[in-house]
Design a protein around this ligand. Structure first.
Ligand code: DQA
Length: 146
């Protein structure tokens, strides 16, 4: 089983970026957290982070035929990107949306997710733990079709 973890704009600045919202751990800490989860679960994992919408679309398209699942935190593009929604629908790879923060307790403009209709689940407000939950739910979905 192969999973691609995609992180959108400004998530490379974790640790520096608004630590009161996103915590003090870095993007590298996030990558090693998810690697550990995947190692325990016997899942192959790759990571992609970009600040550019088109690059994220390219990464989703390139995942076609290569990955069994996608974990995606589209960051700010969550609330704007029909292109990322369409890319997820295009490849039709089971995808789970993750947000570190509870987007529903923040500004109104964060309450709308354009990508959610292309995802089997969304986890928000659990910090890094949300990525673990996303990996586990993709695994369960692929194994049981749940
Ligand atoms: C985020 C929430 C988004 O609203 C925000 O633009 C981000 C990060 C999160 O992980 O909580 O960049 O996706």
């Amino acid at each position: 089983m192969r999973i691609l973890v995609i992180n959108g704009p400004n998530l490379n600045m974790l640790g520096i970026r608004e630590p009161e919202i996103y915590g003090s751990q870095t993007y590298e800490d996030l990558v090693s957290f998810v690697k550990d989860v995947c190692r325990e679960q016997n899942i192959e994992v790759e990571f992609f982070q970009s600040n550019h919408e088109g690059a994220i679309v390219d990464a989703i398209q390139a995942a076609y035929g290569k990955f069994d699942g996608i974990v995606i935190n589209p960051a700010a593009y969550t609330h704007t990107s029909i292109a990322i929604l369409d890319a997820l629908k295009t490849v039709n790879i089971p995808a789970v949306e993750v947000h570190l923060s509870d987007i529903y307790k923040r500004e109104n403009f964060r309450h709308i997710s354009y990508v959610a209709p292309a995802c089997i689940k969304t986890f928000y407000g659990f910090g890094f733990e949300g990525y673990r939950l996303a990996v586990l739910s993709i695994k369960e979905y692929l194994e049981k079709g749940a």
